[in-house]
Design a protein around this ligand. Structure first.
Ligand code: BEZ
Ligand code: FE
Length: 296
């Protein structure tokens, strides 16, 4: 069959007919269909196509051990959230929703004791975050691991400012107590721009889009016999809560970071007043839900 614009998808799809793995065949043939339809729709000039290849090449070259430009690209295109959202169609009712992982979980969080501070710099507004890890019926999950990471109050993760920010700043790995409770001290998170000094920044600029994320703290929570969840607690009063550049905000993840002025209350938590206090409870779905799971 001659290669024509009308037949191109059919011809290339057929080249994958013999793929050994049926899932690989399905994915490659769907990719072919959609990619060829996309190219037919936009009819790029050869120069535009070279520009696209150059964009992806530079996206790859921007990746290092501490920078993941492809995740960032997937995030700003809404693809990371689409994958999360489709997976969540099977989520058990009552489980805390997942949201994007983001590109900054590339180093292990240092193990810390409950109540420790993850803020090794301590020049911003103190903040106390606590909550309970339970199953979807409210039963505590003692020993659950609670991995947290956040940008500092100026909007930087430790890995973005090596030599300026101490390693492990804004990160901690906690173990929930016998009642499933966790708590830690930190600095009040601030909204921040995603990195814009690479190809993804160029894309946002061309699109006239702002690069900001609302203030948040990342969590990965895991417990034996349960589905781990990768999620965030978003500060309700943050700028950009309605226009996250990576589309990651979900209503159930918005939390009040309440201002507390009481010095006695501050002392009880090991911070100085005024401080912010947030409560974020997390419920995990069973790893093997019943054969007819409740879905939402
Ligand atoms: C983050 O919250 O760390 C993040 C998520 C997506 C893109 C950039 C940063
Ligand atoms: Fe973040």
């Amino acid at each position: 069959m001659d290669f024509t614009a009308e037949k191109s998808a059919e011809i290339v799809s057929a080249s994958f007919d013999a793929a050994r793995d049926p899932r690989a065949r399905e994915v490659l043939q769907a990719l072919t269909r959609h990619l060829h339809a996309f190219v037919r729709e936009i009819r790029p000039s050869m120069a535009e196509w070279e520009q696209a290849i150059d964009f992806l090449t530079r996206t790859g070259r921007t990746c290092t051990d501490t920078r993941q430009e492809f995740i960032l690209l997937s995030d700003v295109l809404g693809v990371s959230m689409l994958v999360e959202t489709l997976e969540a169609e099977h989520t058990t009712i009552g489980a805390t929703p997942a949201t994007v992982l983001g590109p900054f979980h590339m180093v292990a969080s240092p193990p810390r004791e409950l109540g420790d501070s993850i803020d090794l710099v301590a020049d911003g507004t103190p903040c106390v975050i606590e909550g309970r890890i339970t199953d979807t019926h409210g039963n505590p999950l003692p020993g659950a691991s609670v991995d947290v990471w956040q940008a500092d109050d100026k909007g930087f993760y430790d890995v973005q400012q090596p030599g300026t920010l101490p390693e492990g700043n804004g990160r901690g790995l906690f173990t929930a107590d016998e009642e499933g409770r966790y708590r830690f001290r930190t600095v009040r998170p601030a909204p921040y721009p995603i990195p814009v000094d690479g190809p993804v920044g160029e894309l946002l600029d061309v699109a006239g889009r702002h690069p900001y994320r609302p203030a948040h703290v990342h969590f990965i929570v895991a417990a034996e016999g349960h589905h781990p969840v990768t999620t965030h607690a978003f500060a309700a009063d943050s700028a950009y809560i309605d226009s996250d550049t990576v589309f990651a905000v979900k209503r159930d993840l918005i939390v009040d970071f309440v201002t507390v002025d009481d010095p006695a209350e501050a002392a009880r938590h090991g911070v100085t007043a005024p401080f912010r206090h947030a409560r974020f409870d997390i419920a995990l779905a069973p790893a093997n839900p019943p054969s007819t799971p409740h879905t939402k």
